[in-house]
Design a protein around this ligand. Structure first.
Ligand SMILES: [Zn+2]
Length: 170
Protein backbone atom coordinates (compact mmCIF):
# COMPACT_ATOMS: atom_id res chain seq x y z
CA UNK A 1 0.00 0.00 0.00
CA UNK A 2 1.30 3.43 -0.88
CA UNK A 3 0.14 5.66 1.93
CA UNK A 4 2.65 8.39 1.10
CA UNK A 5 1.57 8.66 -2.48
CA UNK A 6 -1.78 10.42 -2.40
CA UNK A 7 -1.46 11.79 -5.94
CA UNK A 8 -1.99 8.41 -7.58
CA UNK A 9 -3.56 5.97 -5.21
CA UNK A 10 -3.03 2.53 -6.72
CA UNK A 11 -4.43 0.61 -3.79
CA UNK A 12 -7.22 -1.77 -4.76
CA UNK A 13 -9.64 -1.69 -1.87
CA UNK A 14 -11.73 -4.61 -0.71
CA UNK A 15 -14.67 -4.77 1.67
CA UNK A 16 -12.17 -5.29 4.49
CA UNK A 17 -10.11 -2.21 3.63
CA UNK A 18 -12.58 0.15 1.96
CA UNK A 19 -12.87 2.29 5.11
CA UNK A 20 -9.23 3.28 4.60
CA UNK A 21 -10.25 5.11 1.43
CA UNK A 22 -12.54 7.35 3.45
CA UNK A 23 -11.81 10.44 5.48
CA UNK A 24 -13.41 11.99 8.53
CA UNK A 25 -16.18 14.40 7.67
CA UNK A 26 -17.18 17.41 9.70
CA UNK A 27 -19.78 15.24 11.41
CA UNK A 28 -18.68 12.89 14.20
CA UNK A 29 -18.61 9.20 13.28
CA UNK A 30 -19.50 10.03 9.69
CA UNK A 31 -16.91 9.46 6.99
CA UNK A 32 -16.63 10.97 3.53
CA UNK A 33 -15.17 10.06 0.16
CA UNK A 34 -13.29 13.14 -0.95
CA UNK A 35 -14.56 14.88 -4.08
CA UNK A 36 -12.71 13.91 -7.29
CA UNK A 37 -10.67 11.34 -5.39
CA UNK A 38 -10.59 8.27 -7.65
CA UNK A 39 -10.32 5.01 -5.76
CA UNK A 40 -9.93 1.47 -7.04
CA UNK A 41 -12.19 -1.25 -5.72
CA UNK A 42 -11.85 -4.98 -6.25
CA UNK A 43 -14.32 -5.92 -9.01
CA UNK A 44 -15.85 -8.88 -7.18
CA UNK A 45 -16.61 -6.78 -4.11
CA UNK A 46 -17.60 -3.43 -5.61
CA UNK A 47 -21.28 -3.64 -4.67
CA UNK A 48 -20.54 -4.51 -1.06
CA UNK A 49 -17.99 -1.70 -0.98
CA UNK A 50 -20.54 0.79 -2.31
CA UNK A 51 -22.97 -0.26 0.43
CA UNK A 52 -20.23 0.06 3.02
CA UNK A 53 -19.28 3.54 1.76
CA UNK A 54 -22.94 4.56 1.92
CA UNK A 55 -23.29 3.40 5.50
CA UNK A 56 -20.00 4.91 6.67
CA UNK A 57 -20.78 8.21 4.95
CA UNK A 58 -24.50 8.29 5.86
CA UNK A 59 -25.44 8.58 2.19
CA UNK A 60 -27.88 6.39 0.33
CA UNK A 61 -26.63 6.14 -3.24
CA UNK A 62 -29.40 5.39 -5.71
CA UNK A 63 -28.91 4.39 -9.34
CA UNK A 64 -29.18 7.41 -11.61
CA UNK A 65 -28.85 5.59 -14.90
CA UNK A 66 -28.26 2.04 -16.01
CA UNK A 67 -25.10 0.47 -17.27
CA UNK A 68 -25.17 0.80 -21.06
CA UNK A 69 -21.76 -0.65 -21.66
CA UNK A 70 -21.38 -3.84 -23.69
CA UNK A 71 -21.05 -6.79 -21.36
CA UNK A 72 -20.90 -9.61 -23.85
CA UNK A 73 -17.67 -8.83 -25.68
CA UNK A 74 -14.19 -10.01 -24.85
CA UNK A 75 -11.29 -7.77 -23.91
CA UNK A 76 -9.73 -8.44 -27.33
CA UNK A 77 -12.89 -7.41 -29.14
CA UNK A 78 -13.13 -4.31 -27.00
CA UNK A 79 -9.55 -3.35 -27.81
CA UNK A 80 -10.12 -3.91 -31.52
CA UNK A 81 -13.17 -1.67 -31.56
CA UNK A 82 -11.73 0.97 -29.24
CA UNK A 83 -14.21 0.34 -26.45
CA UNK A 84 -12.69 1.09 -23.08
CA UNK A 85 -15.50 0.90 -20.58
CA UNK A 86 -16.98 -2.45 -19.64
CA UNK A 87 -19.14 -0.98 -16.91
CA UNK A 88 -20.38 2.49 -16.09
CA UNK A 89 -22.99 3.48 -13.60
CA UNK A 90 -23.89 6.74 -11.95
CA UNK A 91 -25.42 7.10 -8.52
CA UNK A 92 -27.07 10.12 -7.00
CA UNK A 93 -27.61 11.00 -3.36
CA UNK A 94 -30.96 10.18 -1.92
CA UNK A 95 -31.57 11.78 1.41
CA UNK A 96 -32.30 9.00 3.79
CA UNK A 97 -35.69 9.91 5.23
CA UNK A 98 -36.18 7.01 7.60
CA UNK A 99 -32.61 7.22 8.83
CA UNK A 100 -32.97 10.90 9.60
CA UNK A 101 -36.44 10.70 11.12
CA UNK A 102 -35.30 8.08 13.62
CA UNK A 103 -32.65 10.45 14.92
CA UNK A 104 -34.45 13.77 14.92
CA UNK A 105 -38.00 13.75 13.66
CA UNK A 106 -38.70 17.32 14.64
CA UNK A 107 -35.76 18.68 12.66
CA UNK A 108 -36.53 16.52 9.64
CA UNK A 109 -40.05 17.87 9.32
CA UNK A 110 -38.56 21.28 8.73
CA UNK A 111 -36.01 20.03 6.24
CA UNK A 112 -37.89 17.54 4.06
CA UNK A 113 -38.70 20.02 1.35
CA UNK A 114 -37.37 17.61 -1.28
CA UNK A 115 -34.40 19.65 -2.32
CA UNK A 116 -32.68 17.53 -4.88
CA UNK A 117 -29.10 16.87 -3.91
CA UNK A 118 -26.73 17.16 -6.89
CA UNK A 119 -24.13 14.76 -5.45
CA UNK A 120 -22.96 12.11 -7.89
CA UNK A 121 -20.85 8.99 -7.53
CA UNK A 122 -19.57 7.26 -10.63
CA UNK A 123 -18.52 3.62 -10.88
CA UNK A 124 -16.50 2.62 -13.91
CA UNK A 125 -14.96 -0.60 -15.10
CA UNK A 126 -12.36 -0.83 -17.86
CA UNK A 127 -11.57 -3.75 -20.13
CA UNK A 128 -7.84 -3.26 -19.65
CA UNK A 129 -8.08 -3.46 -15.86
CA UNK A 130 -10.69 -6.14 -15.10
CA UNK A 131 -9.44 -6.60 -11.53
CA UNK A 132 -10.85 -3.31 -10.27
CA UNK A 133 -13.62 -0.76 -10.73
CA UNK A 134 -13.09 2.94 -10.19
CA UNK A 135 -15.22 4.93 -7.76
CA UNK A 136 -15.28 8.71 -7.80
CA UNK A 137 -17.56 11.34 -6.33
CA UNK A 138 -17.83 13.94 -9.10
CA UNK A 139 -20.30 16.36 -7.51
CA UNK A 140 -20.59 17.27 -3.88
CA UNK A 141 -23.68 17.39 -1.69
CA UNK A 142 -25.52 20.67 -1.51
CA UNK A 143 -27.84 22.11 1.11
CA UNK A 144 -27.20 19.23 3.47
CA UNK A 145 -24.28 17.49 5.13
CA UNK A 146 -24.60 13.70 5.18
CA UNK A 147 -25.23 12.51 8.73
CA UNK A 148 -25.70 16.06 9.99
CA UNK A 149 -28.73 15.05 12.05
CA UNK A 150 -26.25 13.70 14.53
CA UNK A 151 -24.54 17.06 14.74
CA UNK A 152 -27.76 18.43 16.17
CA UNK A 153 -27.11 16.16 19.13
CA UNK A 154 -23.32 16.05 19.24
CA UNK A 155 -21.51 19.32 19.68
CA UNK A 156 -18.33 20.34 17.93
CA UNK A 157 -16.04 19.58 20.89
CA UNK A 158 -17.31 16.01 20.70
CA UNK A 159 -16.33 15.84 17.05
CA UNK A 160 -12.84 16.93 17.93
CA UNK A 161 -12.71 14.36 20.71
CA UNK A 162 -13.65 11.63 18.28
CA UNK A 163 -10.97 12.66 15.78
CA UNK A 164 -8.46 12.76 18.59
CA UNK A 165 -9.36 9.23 19.69
CA UNK A 166 -9.19 8.01 16.13
CA UNK A 167 -5.74 9.51 15.68
CA UNK A 168 -4.54 7.67 18.77
CA UNK A 169 -5.80 4.36 17.45
CA UNK A 170 -3.78 4.64 14.25
ZN1 LIG B 1 -26.49 14.62 -0.76
Amino acid sequence: MSINNTQSNETIYTLATISQALECSSVPEVMTLRLENIIRVKTSEWKECLTEIGEACAVKWVINNTNKQPTNITAEEAKATGIKLCFSQEYSCHRWGTYESKVALRVVQKRTKKNKCPALLRVKGFFKTPEFYEFVVTKDHAEHTPGDMRSDICTLPLAKKYLHELAQQL
